[in-house]
Ligand binder design. Structure first.
Ligand code: 13P
Length: 261
């Protein structure tokens, strides 16, 4: 199923100081105001920059998001940031279960599911990440790993809500490597089936974003693959020109025909 309105989300990871904001975001906003994007656009800076980015965007066409949240709303969790705190800072989205958090912080599917519940409780749009490692792909387990992560990481509360899945093969993140378009199509189809298996009809509407070395050169082809509903962009989202080119690549062909996006 082709989705008409795509979603392009930038994940700045642990990058960005106040000075980077004015350069990157102001340039991006100026461009988007001149020719509004037909895609939904999100940017997830480090938590320290959320409020400043929201103020910079000031009602513009970009939703700001967090990169993680705790399950609890508040309490004695030194260093923690809750979903409620992200909302309080002006966030509308939150990335959950990113492979860097699964690997670096040992986050399990069950914890990710609880975090999804916390995000929904606070009114955030969760973007739930899944993806296989290189060893799992080489063992022929990519589709089954992704299915297992989806069954375990989704939350009953998602049905009927605004949310997205992100398929990010771990071996494609930050490496310049990407799966073939056929491999992306295969896993996105398997992901959709698992979403429906887990949530019934509630698993049909959510977009499935692809993430992992998306850049201005490959975005248009990847975004045209069946069941690719958008992109979760790491490194390329740090450069306004590259991120804008990816946003333009998500626009319907008739709009993009006057340029390469
Ligand atoms: P890169 O686009 O840098 O490969 O990162 C992808 C990613 O992890 C986005 O969440």
């Amino acid at each position: 199923m082709k989705q008409s309105v795509k979603m392009i989300v930038g994940n700045w990871k642990m990058n960005g100081l106040a000075a980077d904001l004015s350069a990157a975001v102001v340039e991006m906003l100026a461009d988007l105001k001149g020719r509004p994007a037909s895609a939904r656009v999100g940017l997830c800076p480090p938590a320290t920059l959320i409020e400043r980015m929201v103020r910079t965007i000031d009602g513009g066409p970009v939703s700001v998001g967090g990169q993680d949240c705790r399950v609890e709303a508040k309490g004695a969790f030194t260093g923690g940031v809750s979903a409620e705190m992200l909302v309080d800072a002006g966030a509308r989205l939150v990335i959950l279960g990113h492979s860097e958090r699964r690997q670096e912080f040992g986050e399990s599917d069950a914890l990710v599911s609880d975090k999804v519940g916390a995000a929904l409780r606070a009114g955030l749009t969760p973007i739930v990440c899944v993806g296989e490692t290189l060893a799992q792909r080489e063992a022929g387990e990519a589709a089954s790993v992704v299915r297992g992560q989806i069954l375990g990481s989704l939350n009953d509360g998602l049905a009927g809500q605004d949310w997205a899945l992100a398929y990010e093969p771990v071996w494609a993140i930050g490496t310049g490597l990407t799966p073939t378009l056929e491999q992306i199509a295969e896993i996105h189809a398997a992901a959709r089936a698992a979403m429906v298996e887990r949530l019934g009809d509630g698993g049909r509407a959510a977009l499935i974003l692809y993430g992992g070395s998306v850049n201005p050169g490959n975005a248009r082809d990847i975004l045209a693959v069946d069941e690719v509903g958008g992109a979760l962009v790491g490194g390329a989202s740090l450069k306004a020109a590259d991120f804008l080119a990816i946003i333009r690549a998500a626009e319907p062909a008739v709009v993009a025909a006057d340029g390469q996006g």
